[in-house]
Design a protein around this ligand. Structure first.
Ligand code: 2BA
Length: 119
């Protein structure tokens, strides 16, 4: 018979962490090294249109703080430049002055999990 592991909301939370590409490897390695399970999704930021990574980590509530510390310890804030464009007279957009933006450490959402099941 198949084994099932299920838990209800008062025990589990889901961390959804958007991190920079460069930090995703170290974050995942440190999380898994500490016994957490994690999933990396390759994503793209809406503003810079640059690749980043969204990391999902399902954790027991009691372990939430430890997981967040690991993410924080492995994410750096970096300066990026975004070149906006304006529509030109003949249709071709032309570049405006670059805008400097501070990206990261990480953008983190913590969600309550209604049900967690491993089949
Ligand atoms: P992006 O959307 O590519 O944004 C990269 C950085 O550009 C942001 O860094 C912020 O410094 C700046 N930025 C974003 N939108 C802006 C705007 N409307 N005006 C001026 N500057 C803007 P972070 O805030 O550290 O965000 C890093 C990445 O995290 C974002 O990449 C996006 O993929 C994600 N993210 C941030 N906040 C989010 C939110 N509320 N919901 C969903 N994703 C979010």
């Amino acid at each position: 018979m198949a084994q099932t592991e299920a838990s209800h909301s008062d025990q589990y939370q889901l961390i959804l962490a958007i991190v920079q590409d460069e930090d995703a490897g170290p974050v995942i390695e440190s999380l898994t090294g500490a016994g957490f399970r994690a999933t990396r999704i390759n994503t793209v930021g809406g503003f810079l249109r640059k690749g980043n990574a969204t990391i999902l980590v399902g954790v027991e509530k009691a372990q939430l703080h430890r997981a967040l510390l690991i993410i924080r310890d492995n994410c750096e804030t970096r300066t990026e430049y975004f070149v906006p464009t304006a529509p030109g007279e003949v249709g071709e957009p032309y570049p405006l002055d670059p805008i400097q933006v501070q990206v990261g450490g990480a953008t983190i959402f913590v969600l309550d999990v209604e049900r967690y099941e491993r089949l």
